[in-house]
Design a protein around this ligand. Structure first.
Ligand code: ATP
Length: 217
C-alpha cells in the first residue's frame, strides 16, 4: 500500500501558459488531494506543429506563472533535450526515482480523448494514474471515447479520488473543474492581432510576453 501522497504531473506545450492550465492544476490538487503538482513543459511536442516560441521562453513563462504557489513545482528536463517529449519516457524517468509513490498524470478532456494516439500509450497505465478534467467543448461520456481507449479504460474509470492512494498507477479519475474556455491558440491569435490578453493569463506572464515581444505577427 503506497504511503506517500499522490504527486500530480501536468505536461503541456504552454505556448503560452494561461489561467485554464492554472485552474486545472489547482482544482486537481484539491479534488484529487495531491501534495504537489509538478509542471512539465514540453521541449518538442510530438503530436502537434512546432510551438510558436522557444522552449526557454515557455519554461520561463511557466516559472513565472507558478511562482506564488508553494504546491506547484517545475521540471525543466523535457525542455533541455532535442528529442521529442514523450510522456511515457518522462514517466519512466520519474517512476524510477519515486518507488511506489502514486503519480497522477493530469490532462484536460481534449488531451484524454486523443490518448490512444500517444507513443506507447498503453504503458502509461502501468506508470501513473490519469486525472482528467472536464473542458468546455469536449464530451467525456464513455460513448464519446474512441473504442480503443474505452476498451483500455473500462475497468479503470471512476470518480472516487481515494483509489489514487491505494496503488501507484493504473486508475483513470475524472474530476470537474470551473469551465474556462481559454486556450493557448486563442491567446496566440489575440496577441498576433494586437488584442489584449489581460485576465486570460497571469500578469507576470503577460508582462514577460510584452517585454520579449512574443507572439506578434
Ligand atoms: P493549444 O490551444 O495551443 O492547443 P492548450 O491551451 O490546449 O493549447 P496545452 O499546453 O496544449 O494548452 O495543454 C496542456 C494541458 O492543459 C492539456 O492536458 C489540456 O487539455 C489542458 N488544458 C488547457 N487549457 C485548458 C482549459 N481551458 N480547461 C481544461 N484543461 C485545459
Amino acid at each position: 500500500m503506497p504511503e506517500a501522497s499522490p504527486l500530480g504531473l501536468l505536461g503541456g506545450t504552454f505556448d503560452p501558459v494561461h489561467h485554464g492550465h492554472l485552474r486545472l492544476a489547482e482544482e486537481a490538487r484539491e479534488a484529487l488531494d495531491l501534495a504537489e503538482v509538478r509542471w512539465l513543459p514540453a521541449g518538442r511536442p510530438p503530436h502537434r506543429e512546432a510551438p510558436r516560441v522557444s522552449a526557454a521562453h515557455r519554461l520561463e513563462m511557466v516559472r513565472r506563472a507558478v511562482a506564488d504557489n508553494p504546491a506547484f513545482t517545475v521540471d525543466d528536463a523535457e525542455t533541455r533535450v532535442e528529442a521529442p517529449s514523450y510522456s511515457v519516457t518522462t514517466l519512466e524517468r520519474l517512476r524510477a526515482g519515486m518507488g511506489g509513490r502514486p503519480l497522477v498524470l493530469l490532462m484536460g478532456a481534449d488531451a484524454f480523448l486523443g490518448l490512444a494516439t500517444w507513443h506507447r500509450w498503453r504503458e502509461l497505465f502501468s506508470l501513473a494514474h490519469i486525472g482528467v478534467a472536464a473542458r468546455p467543448g469536449f464530451e467525456l461520456s464513455p460513448e464519446a471515447l474512441p473504442a480503443e481507449l474505452a476498451g483500455a479504460c473500462a475497468d479503470r474509470l471512476g470518480a472516487d479520488p481515494c483509489v489514487l492512494r491505494a496503488a501507484p498507477a493504473g486508475r483513470v479519475v475524472q474530476f470537474a473543474m470551473t469551465p474556462l474556455a481559454i486556450s493557448a491558440s486563442l491567446l496566440r491569435a489575440r496577441l498576433a492581432a494586437g488584442l489584449s490578453a489581460r485576465y486570460l493569463l497571469p500578469d507576470p506572464v503577460r508582462e514577460y510576453i510584452d517585454r520579449q515581444q512574443l507572439y506578434r505577427d
